[in-house]
Design a protein around this ligand. Sequence first.
Ligand SMILES: NC(=O)C1=CN([C@@H]2O[C@H](COP(=O)(O)OP(=O)(O)OC[C@H]3O[C@@H](n4cnc5c(N)ncnc54)[C@H](O)[C@@H]3O)[C@@H](O)[C@H]2O)[C@H](O)CC1
Ligand SMILES: [K+]
Length: 222
Amino acid sequence: MKIEILSADIRKIDRYCVEVLGIPEMILMESAALSVLKNIDTENITAITIVCGTGNNGGDGLALSRLLSAEGIETEIYIIGRIEKMSPACRKQYEILKNMDMEIRVIESPEDIGDLEISMGKSQMTVDSIFGIGLKRELNSLYSTVLDAINDKSGEIVSIDVPSGMNSDTGRILTNCVKANMTVSFIGRKKGFANMEEYTGKVIVENIGVSDITVKKALGSI
Ligand SMILES: NC(=O)C1=CN([C@@H]2O[C@H](COP(=O)(O)OP(=O)(O)OC[C@H]3O[C@@H](n4cnc5c(N)ncnc54)[C@H](O)[C@@H]3O)[C@@H](O)[C@H]2O)[C@H](O)CC1
Ligand SMILES: [K+]
């Protein structure tokens, strides 16, 4: 879609896809993860650190971890926040990785980011899947410390959907924000990205299998 889009529109499109068209949420998430994978140079990258939140943006990152590891890439997976707070789809992705015996580290306190910093320092790429369109309030010290560490320690940074820390509707930086080299954003370019290239890097929009006609029907414009 060439239009700039608000989070409320994305929510409407999501609901339409799930409730009217019958596309399961996990399929949308898998398509989202596959579309990020498509934009990663898997031929030349051997190690990636994936930093996930507990909402569906985090779920995208967990699904991507599985896909990257199937490509033979060494993945180090971190979840920031409490497992109990996971959205249902994020939890399903977490359980799949657990069933596969993949190692996942959980960070609940800013004092515990040492291993994450080492991991980002030795990986060629960090994937930021902490917050997407669901970020609303100011960040606590755990999240703001992790976002600063991502900027300080990473090689290349790829943000999923939105650079974590930015309100995707307004572009406002809530506390601090990931400075990505590339943001792979879903369905449409988020309205808040205007003049925010310092944080978004190059923006790539992927349709995750949702056609322009579906978008128009979901938004009631046809
Ligand atoms: N159709 C699509 O575009 C699809 C998008 N997908 C991805 O889903 C996210 C949106 O997921 P959602 O769960 O609604 O929100 P987030 O993951 O961005 O974050 C919500 C999570 O974070 C907590 N939270 C919010 N603000 C704060 C804060 N300041 N401090 C701490 N915690 C905070 C909140 O409570 C929630 O737990 C979208 O961006 C895409 O990446 C789908 O996967 C596919 C369809
Ligand atoms: K993100």
